[in-house]
Write a protein that binds this ligand. Structure first.
Ligand code: KE4
Length: 416
């Protein structure tokens, strides 16, 4: 009997619309979501999981939160794309500007990928330079210039990371190891337009960089008149009501947002200094556009999510994360598993390695087969995490003690 996955594979490459949803890195076939209910996800076979994927971090209140759902239904009743600005768009922009001091202006797009494309274009126009510097293991979406991996040398020009990316598209991208100030410094022998960094890395598993490294990114960029761009697509409004930068006392020139900002609907944003942002069309010479930019339903969902999130909610989410990640570390120790649990405020991950990775090379050396077995064992015990060792666990405000306790009990067995 052909399964939904079989049918999907006949119509959609790999049966998925994003490779991040394929289960290639873990055992078994991908599951298909039927519906989400708070901390839970029900698949098309009717199996219920405690869900830590939560839309790869786009969902923070829990699936189908009635405040977000109601806002989207209400917006939908007023129509879909208008090809015009809306009041909710202005409302959401005001929330971003209010909560992230470095942002004086923001522009909405429909994905983090578009946010990084736009940020790179602004940076190149503002500096008159072409080179973009990114860190190995940081992910800024799938536009050509960012689909690059480290070249042969430590701070050399990148080479295409995927087929179909011509050398020319990455000829102006330099890739440097994360957490490596010396390599960063060396890279600045060249004239650089902008440095892009995930201030907490969430795409090679979760790596909290050394404070000195993040400070160095900001100061070295500034010393060389390059823009400092924080990719806060994952961390923005996730680790607190604002962004990581505020807690670090840093003021990047541009910041990218996404995920939580859209309350689970398609959104991306780039924000920052007014003089930089006003380079954007229609007032400036840098082009960016989009049929669905600031889509009214996504704006309504984003406003509902951000307005629902109070400082107490973030304290609650921190407490939930403490119970979860400390419980996972205890479970691993109890099972004698060689595991390092990394926690970054309200999210984190489980590495199958004796120590916490400091960079992408370290992350690559973790035991991926063990992760695959763990993922399956957790699935069999009703707990769903992202199907890759290079993703994060996102507890939501809907994850209560019962869900955390069940997760830890499952992990105790799965680790052993
Ligand atoms: P999107 O284009 O997927 O909206 O955002 C790209 C992006 C940019 N910056 C960071 C730090 C990101 O994590 C992402 C996207 N995250 C991945 C999961 N870690 C998206 C999952 C997917 O592509 O399906």
């Amino acid at each position: 009997m052909s399964t939904l996955f079989d049918r999907a594979k006949e119509l959609i490459p790999g049966g998925v619309s994003s490779p991040a949803r394929a289960f290639g890195a873990v055992e078994g076939d991908p599951i298909f979501a039927a519906r989400g209910e708070g901390a839970y996800l029900v698949d098309t076979d009717g199996t219920r999981y405690i869900d830590y994927v939560q839309g790869f971090g786009a969902v923070i209140l829990g699936h189908a939160d009635e405040r977000v759902t109601h806002a989207v239904i209400e917006a939908a009743g007023r129509g879909g794309a208008f090809g015009l600005s809306t009041e909710q768009e202005v409302r959401l922009a005001s929330l971003v500007v209010e909560r992230v001091p470095s942002v004086e202006r923001t522009r909405f797009v429909t994905s983090g990928t578009e946010a990084s494309m736009t940020a790179a274009r602004i940076a190149r126009a503002a500096t008159g330079r072409s080179i973009i510097l990114k860190f190995e293991g940081n992910y800024h979406g799938h536009s050509d210039a960012f689909l690059v991996k480290a070249g042969s040398g430590v701070a050399t020009f990148g080479i295409p990371m995927a087929a179909g990316v011509p050398e020319s598209s990455v000829a102006d991208t330099i890739v440097v190891p994360y957490n490596d100030v010396a390599a960063l410094d060396r890279a600045f022998e060249r004239e650089i337009a902008a440095v892009f960094i995930e201030p907490i890395a969430a795409n090679m598993g979760v790596i909290v960089p050394e404070r000195a490294f993040v400070d160095a990114v900001a100061s070295i960029a500034r010393a060389h008149d390059a823009l400092c761009v924080f990719d806060e697509v994952v961390t923005g409004f996730r680790i607190g009501s604002g962004a990581v930068q505020s807690g670090l006392g840093l003021t990047p020139d541009l910041t990218m947002f996404g995920k939580v900002l859209g309350g689970g609907l398609p959104v991306g944003a780039v924000g920052g200094r007014a003089d930089l942002m006003e380079l954007l069309a229609p007032i400036g010479p840098v082009y960016q556009a989009g049929t669905y930019a600031a889509h009214p339903h996504a704006m309504a969902a984003g406003v509902a999510a951000l307005e629902a999130l109070t400082p107490d909610d973030y304290a609650t989410l921190e407490a939930t994360a403490t119970k979860l990640f400390e419980g996972l570390a205890e479970a691993a120790k109890h099972a004698g598993a060689e595991v390092t649990v990394v926690r970054a405020g309200t999210f984190g991950c489980v590495f199958f390695s004796a120590d916490a990775p400091r960079n992408f090379d370290d992350a690559q050396k973790t035991d991926r087969a063990a992760f695959g077995r763990f993922h399956r064992a957790m699935r069999e015990r009703g707990v769903l995490i992202a199907p890759s060792p290079f993703e994060a666990w996102f507890p939501s405000l809907a994850h209560g003690d019962a869900e955390i306790e069940q997760t830890i009990a499952a992990a105790r067995e799965a680790f052993s």
